[in-house]
Design a protein around this ligand. Structure first.
Ligand code: PHE
Length: 352
């Protein structure tokens, strides 16, 4: 048997194959179960020992050589496929991007995130408050007596029905986040630093500066030796952080809250320019938050000894802060869900 001729024949078959599939067929014909070389290998067993040696060796050499060229041909098809792919799938980097449509973070949410960024590293715990509250936690415990105007029907949303309450009192939609002071103080032993933010409700008119629902943030610190100076510093640095400036005209004006003594309101000075509020030493004072040293009665109402514990608290309307920060002039815009508005005033979530 002339193995050279055989090899010539097989390599021609292999080289004539025009695709990977064709090559597989040719390979099966030669090396498959009933392939020609396989048949030759099978025939070895019927030969004499001498013949086995020479014939067997030649068949194996032939088999290896054919396998080699099959493999080379397969690689050729693979390369060819890659080349074609590269050619047809060439990237056109000059093509404009498909516009990516992503949502924006609402300015109030953004503000809440910034509040967390400021207070968390200072050891404040963030707590969720409850919006449906009983009168005791919303008013009584905060030393707000029954005759206080905030308890009149026109300010407070009272909730009908017989909801179970610890103190068997009526329920209200909380009028401020100060209810979280009480709930937290009752459950935690000082020293403590707490922040809570969320929705509050007041039966107000709806106009450019009022809506029946808005957001507040509450801060409470009860620690030994806490003074009004700590309160002032905290508020000053907080406002500087939120507005990104150390040049904000701020004043603390004596005021009255039943749950703090002494109490103050904080004003910032700004002017209205091109429909925007801008901090300015020539402007009018605008109230932005209420604060004070926690009233001893509040500490007592939470079963703590006011001779042992003292601290400060403040509460701030988030819409007010956001209006000043972003130059928003009408509070109602926060809740209109107007796509153009949120696109303009919202923040890109990928850039925060
Ligand atoms: N709860 C007050 C309000 O809604 C704000 C406040 C909070 C004042 C804490 C003093 C201390 O106006």
């Amino acid at each position: 048997m002339d193995f050279d001729i055989l090899f010539e024949k097989f390599s021609q078959l292999v080289l004539e194959s025009q695709s990977f599939a064709e090559l597989q067929n040719v390979k099966a014909q030669i090396l498959g179960k009933n392939g020609e070389i396989t048949d030759l290998l099978k025939s070895i067993s019927s030969l004499s020992i001498e013949e086995k040696k020479t014939f067997g060796a030649s068949v194996n050499i032939l088999k290896n050589k054919v396998e080699d060229i099959v493999q080379k041909r397969a690689e050729h098809f693979k390369d060819e496929e890659t080349r074609l792919k590269l050619e047809t799938e060439r990237l056109d980097i000059s093509l404009p991007l498909t516009p990516l449509s992503i949502g924006k973070i609402h300015p109030i949410t953004r503000l809440m995130m910034e509040i967390e960024n400021f207070f968390k590293p200072q050891g404040f715990t963030f707590v969720d408050g409850q919006e449906l509250e009983d009168e005791w936690h919303n008013f009584d415990a905060l030393n707000i007596p029954h005759h206080h105007p905030a308890r009149q029907d026109h300010d407070t949303f009272y909730v009908k029905g017989s909801l179970k309450s610890e103190s068997n009192q009526r329920h209200v939609l909380r009028t401020h986040t100060s209810n979280t002071q009480i709930r937290y103080l009752k459950d935690h032993k000082p020293p403590l630093r707490m922040i809570s933010h969320g929705k509050v409700y007041r039966s107000d008119a709806i106009d450019a500066t009022h809506t029946p629902m808005f957001h507040q943030m509450e801060c409470l610190v009860i620690e030994p030796k806490i003074s009004f100076a700590h309160l002032k510093h905290t508020i000053q640095t907080f406002l500087e952080y939120i507005f990104g400036s150390t040049n904000i005209p701020i004043r603390f004006r004596p005021s009255y809250f039943p749950f703090t003594e002494p109490s103050a309101e904080v004003d910032v000075r700004c002017i209205s320019k091109n429909n925007q509020l801008i901090f300015s030493n020539e402007g009018n004072w605008m109230e932005i938050l209420g604060c004070g040293m926690v009233h001893p009665n509040v500490i007592k109402n939470c079963n703590l000894d006011p001779n042992q514990y003292q601290g400060f608290a403040f509460g701030v309307g988030l819409e007010r802060l956001a209006m000043l920060k972003y130059g928003i002039t009408d509070i109602r815009q926060f809740y209109n869900n107007h796509p153009d508005w949120i696109n303009h005033f919202g923040s890109n979530p990928l850039c925060i």
